[in-house]
Design a protein around this ligand. Structure first.
Ligand code: ATP
Ligand code: SF4
Ligand code: MG
Length: 310
């Protein structure tokens, strides 16, 4: 698989806050890359830069072999779409479902007249909603139904790449599972590439091909999904895994133990080195003496840790 999207050294500050501190990322065509990390780790900032809603201060981005310019042409914007977290604010309350879904068809001049209406109905079917939803208003829809409409609108642009920013975290667990199934099916059928942002590793376990772990704006580990779950390298990844519910004795045996206070050091910023140092049981003075180099520990598996678990 060749990379559809690759970014190098992406950085973004908001005043004194470093939202992203030099992130590299490679998204193979057809892959689902999960981006995980706790609140404030820079996940949404990364997603917003990828869709062009925000510009990076530093770094480069290459999409389908072409450098992405600061001002993106419409044709490029069409190819990278987003589904956001909050289904309540995602849709304009004064637009019918059909009008919302047809917006990208008009903007990118993809369908007109009768073909436009037919495409709206086709998109509704793709996201598992009956055609009669076309003339409803968002207020008449549940959270899960709104998220399906938001997804249909994103698909209307015929994108190659979808940024999914916590697309299920505002939904009930049973609805969540059905939306995840829908996303997995659409990815397969349409050959889409996903960047799936979540704070919950359990959500992406079955859908992600690989996982990137962000901590305070930096990538601390990247691995194929199975390797991340069975052989986490960074101590922060181990902490995230230790809090996941398990469904079998086998999983319980693999799960890292975490005996330390998760909140310790949360507010202590370190100027240099590993930002996780105040919370890390394995921390030594080397961890804050200099910036931590990236090290590869297996094919496609790397971490920024001086004393990795594997
Ligand atoms: N527009 C903005 N203005 C100022 N600070 C911002 C802005 N957007 C993000 N930040 C800051 O940048 C950091 C990263 O925020 P971001 O929203 O990317 O995190 P996140 O990982 O998506 O968090 P969450 O899980 O809560 O959605 C945070 O410290 C946040 O307060
Ligand atoms: S670099 Fe040091 S502080 Fe950071 S996770 Fe590794 S051992 Fe812990
Ligand atoms: Mg966010």
């Amino acid at each position: 698989m060749s990379a559809l999207l690759s970014i190098r050294g992406l950085g973004k500050r908001y005043g004194a806050t470093v939202a992203l501190g030099g992130v590299d990322l490679e998204c193979a065509r057809g892959a689902c890359i999960a981006v995980v990390g706790e609140s404030g780790s820079g996940k949404t900032t990364l997603g917003r830069i990828l869709i062009g809603a925000e510009t990076a201060d530093v770094g480069t981005m290459v999409f389908d072999g072409q450098p992405v310019p600061r001002h993106r042409p419409l044709a490029l914007r069409r190819r990278i779409q987003v589904v956001q977290q909050n289904p309540m604010s995602a849709l304009n309350p004064r637009r019918s479902v059909a009008d919302s879904i047809a917006l990208p068809l008009d903007v990118h001049d993809l369908r007109r007249g009768a073909a436009r209406r037919a495409r709206v109905l086709e998109l509704l079917e793709m996201v598992g909603l009956p055609g009669e939803f076309a003339d409803r208003m968002p207020a008449a829809l549940s959270g899960g139904q709104r998220q399906r409409v938001a997804l249909a609108r994103a698909l209307a642009a015929e994108p190659d790449f979808l940024v999914l920013d916590e697309p299920t975290s505002a939904l009930d667990v049973s609805v969540q599972a059905r939306i995840l199934q829908l996303l997995a099916g659409l990815q397969r059928d349409l050959g889409l590439t996903y960047l799936f942002i979540t704070h919950d590793l359990a959500v992406v376990r079955n859908i992600a091909t690989s996982v990137v772990v962000l901590y305070r704006g930096k990538c601390v580990e990247a691995a194929p999904t199975a390797a991340l779950f069975t052989q986490p390298a960074h101590h922060y990844t181990a902490m995230l895994l230790s809090s996941l519910p398990v469904i079998s004795a086998e999983e319980e045996a693999l799960k890292p133990a975490w005996h330390w206070d998760r909140e310790t050091g949360l507010r202590d910023a370190v100027a240099l080195g590993c930002a996780f140092q105040p919370r890390c049981p394995a921390a030594t003075p080397t961890c804050t003496a200099s910036d931590i180099p990236w090290r590869d520990i297996a094919p496609a598996h790397g971490t920024a840790c001086v004393s990795p678990l594997t």
